[in-house]
Design a protein around this ligand. Structure first.
Ligand SMILES: C[S@@+](CC[C@H](N)C(=O)[O-])C[C@H]1O[C@@H](n2cnc3c(N)ncnc32)[C@H](O)[C@@H]1O
Length: 302
């Protein structure tokens, strides 16, 4: 068989394999292989390259038999995860700082940070459907369960800001009422989700980002008569970070009454006494749901 024909055959096989993998293997809480490939394709982080090629080979070994070598595997990366430059919310062309996006959901933090010229260098979200949406928005498959060492080990050593909208059910009024009714524990005592804050602390302690930016429900401040919030604040201050917090309402930007606690802190080893953070004055609420519907409608029609 001549070389060109062979190449086409291999790429067709890779293509077929990638369509099958797309359906089964790319998303989920333990998807670190797909996440490594995807992070490598987007960030071109050299430290990920060797692993990305290895994982592409693992995915393809059953499909390509003897034809698989490093070059084929590298080509296959592009097929396995159709990384698209033309994503809805691309990384800024000339980023000014880096951040990681934990409990990423569908990427609310990421949009805001990218608009301020930030480059995301690691994302984690364990819900399959949220991962799919995040991929559609940013062209990147987030890593899964952040409580696992297999996920944490892929966080780059250095980055500037840690963003995390950690799960709120253990602290929210609705979550606490439900858990009380079911006789379950809430707050930090919630066995499944209460300790997630301490995983954030572990990551801050290990990587020492210049700043953290956290978000949770309004009730976080008053949960357990203020003790929960006291623990959060003091734990972060004990790491030598400043701590600023405020309850802000999303209605200043979207047509929804949505109060959330925002927490921001800066590494005192870096900023010493020079840090002068203040929460911004928010614009007057003027967004109407009707206007959003009209603009969607005109996009669909137009
Ligand atoms: C409050 S939402 C964050 C929403 C996000 N800020 C956004 O803009 O969409 C918390 C997210 O954490 C995710 N999550 C919960 N536990 C997790 C874990 N152990 N590892 C990774 N993600 C987790 C949930 O699936 C959920 O999407």
């Amino acid at each position: 068989m001549i070389a060109e024909e062979k190449a086409t055959l291999i790429s067709t096989k890779i293509h077929l394999a990638s369509d099958k993998l797309w359906k089964v293997a790319l998303f989920g809480p333990d998807n670190y292989k797909a996440a490594v490939i995807s992070h490598y394709l987007r960030t071109k982080n050299k430290k990920l390259k060797k692993h990305a090629i290895q994982y592409a080979s693992d995915f393809l070994s059953g499909f390509l038999n003897g034809e698989l070598n490093n070059r084929v595997a590298e080509d296959a990366l592009q097929y396995l995860i159709k990384f698209d430059e033309d994503v809805l919310f691309p990384t800024p062309a000339y980023p000014k700082f880096t951040f990681i996006d934990l409990f990423a959901g569908i990427g609310g933090f990421r949009i805001a940070m990218q608009r301020n010229q930030g480059e995301c260098v690691f994302s984690s979200e364990w819900d399959k459907m949220a991962q799919r949406t995040y991929y559609a928005n940013f062209g990147e498959i987030p890593f899964g369960d952040i409580t696992k060492d297999e996920t944490k080990k892929w966080i780059p050593n250095k980055f500037d800001v840690l963003c995390a909208g950690f799960p709120c059910q253990p602290f929210s009024i609705a979550g606490v009422t439900k858990k009380n009714a079911l006789g379950r524990k809430h707050g930090f005592d919630d066995e499944k989700q209460g300790n997630l804050f301490f995983h954030i602390v572990e990551i801050i302690e290990r990587h020492r980002p210049k700043a953290f930016f956290l978000e949770n429900v309004k009730n976080l401040v008053s949960h357990d008569k203020g003790n929960t919030f006291k623990v959060i604040k003091e734990t972060l201050q004990d790491l030598d970070y400043s701590f600023h917090s405020r309850v802000l309402n999303g209605k200043h930007f979207v047509p929804q009454h949505r109060e959330r606690t925002f927490m921001v802190g800066f590494d005192k080893h870096v900023y010493k006494d020079k840090e002068k953070f203040e929460f911004p004055i928010l614009p007057k609420p003027n967004k109407k749901f009707r206007n959003i519907l009209v603009s969607c409608q005109s996009k669909i029609v137009g």
